[in-house]
Design a protein around this ligand. Structure first.
Ligand code: TPP
Length: 310
């Protein structure tokens, strides 16, 4: 199974590998079933050791040189050499960070089977790609690093599938990095706190949704072949919506992980004195005020276990 390093739009990779809706909600709500990040990460910053998915970091592009390092480690391991690669996802905005260049250079000079997947969706929040680079997108940078590169129509599901399949084959066979740039258009707002109509026309978005959209296009393809219909679509959407809402309601009401988790896993190896000291200080404060001061009393009920006892 390839090691994945993602930005924050790759939840589908996890779902494809068997991550459940309950696990998604556990991470987003930071409840006690959030085994990967234990309530200590921002929502959608998933991670799963079992599914070989590195925990997502907020600072853009940090995953890129890390992935090149993972690729190198895979190549050094006799059991995984020639079988596995590291795959890293990032946006065209993240590719403006120095870390993009560091990662590409690393995979090129200390060759490592790393699949760089740039998803160029035209925007980095409000910055259009026309302001992101003056050259020919991200793909044009690959040859400069001696890295095999392909640009693909990111709105054509099957084209992306075959491009990535071939890129992966080359990556593993040659033990070298390969760059894929998938061209698409972000029809949604950047996030729920963004109003993209402040910086692009509504009509442009509506047109893209209807005309050149991977979901709409693939659906048309399936319908044309007689493999999908309006009825199938309605039935499927209805089922997924129900399943998602069920997991949402369940995850929302569950208790948070034990408070002591906040201090765990900060460093590897022996725990340093400052972490011990901070844990003890919080314990003393909770002993003193936890049951008397209303805001803390209410807040503490949301966590599993009794921190003062642990
Ligand atoms: C180093 C750093 N700078 C800025 C940000 C704020 N930020 C978060 S997402 C984002 C846009 C990223 O755009 P892109 O890489 O194209 O990915 P997209 O969101 O379009 O998928 C920015 C600027 C950040 N998280 N980290």
């Amino acid at each position: 199974m390839a090691w994945k390093s993602a930005q924050y739009r790759e939840m589908a990779v996890l779902l494809w590998r068997g991550f459940t809706y309950d696990q998604v909600m556990a991470q987003c709500f930071g409840n006690y079933e959030d085994n990967g990040t234990k309530g200590r990460q921002m929502p959608v910053h998933f991670g799963s050791k079992a599914l070989h998915f590195h925990t997502i970091s907020s600072p853009l592009a940090t995953q890129i040189p890390q992935a090149a390092g993972v690729g190198f480690a895979l190549k050094r391991d006799p059991l995984r050499r020639g079988k596995n690669c590291a795959a890293v996802f990032f946006g065209e905005g993240a590719a403006s960070e120095g870390d993009f260049h560091a990662g590409m250079l690393l995979a090129s000079t200390i060759p490592s089977p790393t699949l760089f997947i740039a998803r160029n969706n035209g925007f980095a929040i409000s910055t259009p790609s026309s302001e992101q680079y003056h050259g020919d997108g991200i793909a044009s940078r690959g040859p400069g690093y001696g890295i095999d590169t392909i640009r693909v129509d990111g709105n054509d599901v099957l084209a992306v599938y075959s491009a990535v399949k071939e890129a992966r084959r080359r990556c593993i066979d040659q033990g070298r990095g390969v760059l894929v740039e998938a061209m698409t258009y972000r029809v949604g707002h950047h996030s729920t706190s963004d109003d993209s109509f402040a910086y692009r026309p509504r009509q442009e978005v509506e047109d893209r949704k209807r005309i050149d959209n991977p979901i709409a296009r693939f659906r048309k393809f399936l319908e044309h072949r007689g493999w999908w219909s309006d009825g199938d679509e309605e039935e499927y959407k209805d089922k997924v919506k129900k399943d998602v809402m069920k997991a949402f309601k369940r995850g929302e009401t569950m208790q948070r992980p034990e408070l002591k988790e906040m201090f765990n896993d900060v460093y590897g190896g022996e725990e340093p004195w400052n972490i011990k000291e901070q844990r003890e200080e919080l314990r003393q404060l909770i002993r003193k005020y936890g049951q008397d001061w209303e805001p803390w009393k209410n807040e503490l009920k949301k966590f599993k276990g009794d921190f003062t006892e642990s």
